[in-house]
Design a protein around this ligand. Structure first.
Ligand code: PLP
Length: 367
């Protein structure tokens, strides 16, 4: 079997979740498990979270109805599942059949639901500045009050999403919160029960307790990463995924010899090259060429030559590295560690994209 694996450390997942739970005290926590739990494997991660018993998440959040159905068909038979996807009338039967909570985010959704007159729980997304989805905060209270005349529609929650809770300057996030709170007070003044109000993603959980309201929605920090390098590290997090492989061949090259496509690495002296069976088809991006490293037997070695689809190479000098030695591409060993931040800095992206980008070809092994 191929030795390249993404090891999912479920004790770290549980540890991160409990640390977040402790931070927000009595406030409910939604575990955001969309995109296959940010690449970690949704079903197994949810099983691990469920094993926390009465401390496990009160809600689960996904991006697609399909993800919600997959979750409902597995272990999540009773817990509420919110789909962040804009509600589609044509999918109403599946929302009802699988007891999935849709996101209502346009006036049309409100009209459709009103006319449909079927008993359903919903969450309403309010647009306060993300500029993506949601009912504009200025029109929200009026539109929602129309909906409440239909007693079959139960507003289980109302939410908004921050564009900048992970940057140092919280001014815009504060403005979004103010706009959202204005909608809540308008609804209160109309005696409208809006269920649970929720806004906080990882950045806001870390640094903006005033946003926690009735529930927080944690994504990236559940998987052990801070959402940016500008947030505080007010919770200690442990990365959940490590990426490992084994040396598959070793060979010497001489001064002036090159490695891989395009000859982007030319040896300055005789050296030993170890090949490792992972490539850009697995999510080890080609952009990491000559700019990544691996830990082998406790020592860090540079990746050399173009990253190819299935294979990468490391310059291991004259060290005693042999076929079958363990290679840590993401993860830690004693004092050394390589995190998704290292890759994301080179690739000008964020750890979210790195961990979601480890492809399906890499088996997930749960420990
Ligand atoms: C609506 C919504 N809430 C919460 C989250 C979780 O955000 P984060 O991963 O930054 O914690 C996301 C993720 O993008 C989201 O789309």
């Amino acid at each position: 079997m191929r030795p390249t694996l993404a090891v999912i450390h479920t004790p770290n997942l549980k540890y991160n979740f409990l640390a977040i739970r402790k931070k927000v005290k009595k406030i409910r926590v939604m575990a955001v498990v969309k995109a296959d739990a940010y690449g970690h494997g949704m079903i197994k991660c949810v099983e691990a979270l469920k094993s926390l018993g009465d401390k496990s998440p009160e809600y689960y959040g996904v991006a697609l109805l399909e993800e919600a159905i997959e979750l409902r068909k597995s272990k999540i038979t009773d817990e509420p599942i919110l789909s962040f996807a804009p509600f589609l009338l044509s999918e109403i039967n599946n929302y009802k059949k699988y007891k999935i909570i849709p996101t209502v985010c346009t006036a049309k959704h409100i009209n459709d639901l009103y006319k449909l007159n079927k008993r359903i729980k919903i969450h309403i997304n309010i647009e306060t500045g993300m500029g993506r989805l949601g009912i504009n905060f200025m029109e929200a209270a009026e539109l929602i009050s129309r909906l409440t005349k239909n007693k079959n529609i139960i507003i289980d929650g109302i939410y908004t999403h921050f564009a900048t809770s992970d940057v140092k300057n919280k001014k815009f996030a504060q403005l979004q919160l103010q706009r959202f709170n204005k909608v809540l007070s308008e609804l209160k003044s109309k005696n409208i029960d809006y269920g649970l109000a929720h806004t906080a993603n990882s950045g806001a959980i870390l640094d903006m307790p005033e946003t926690w309201l009735d529930m927080v929605r944690v994504g990236i920090s559940l998987y052990g990463y801070y959402p940016s390098q500008e947030t505080s590290e007010s919770i200690k997090l442990k990365p959940v995924m490590s990426l490992i492989s084994k040396v598959s061949t070793v060979h010497y090259i001489n001064k002036g010899d090159s490695v891989s496509y395009g000859r982007k690495f030319i040896a300055k002296q005789k050296t030993k090259i170890a090949t490792v069976p992972i490539g850009y088809a697995d999510g080890f991006s080609r952009g990491l060429t000559n700019n990544a490293s691996a830990i082998i037997k406790g020592k860090t070695y540079p990746q050399v030559g173009r990253v190819s689809m299935d294979r990468i190479m490391f310059d291991v000098g004259d060290d005693k590295i042999k076929v079958g030695d363990k290679v840590i591409l993401l993860g830690s060993s004693k004092e050394k560690s390589i995190t998704a931040w290292k890759w994301s800095t080179v690739l000008n992206t964020i750890p979210y994209e790195i961990i979601c980008g480890i492809s399906k070809r890499v088996p997930r092994v749960f420990r």
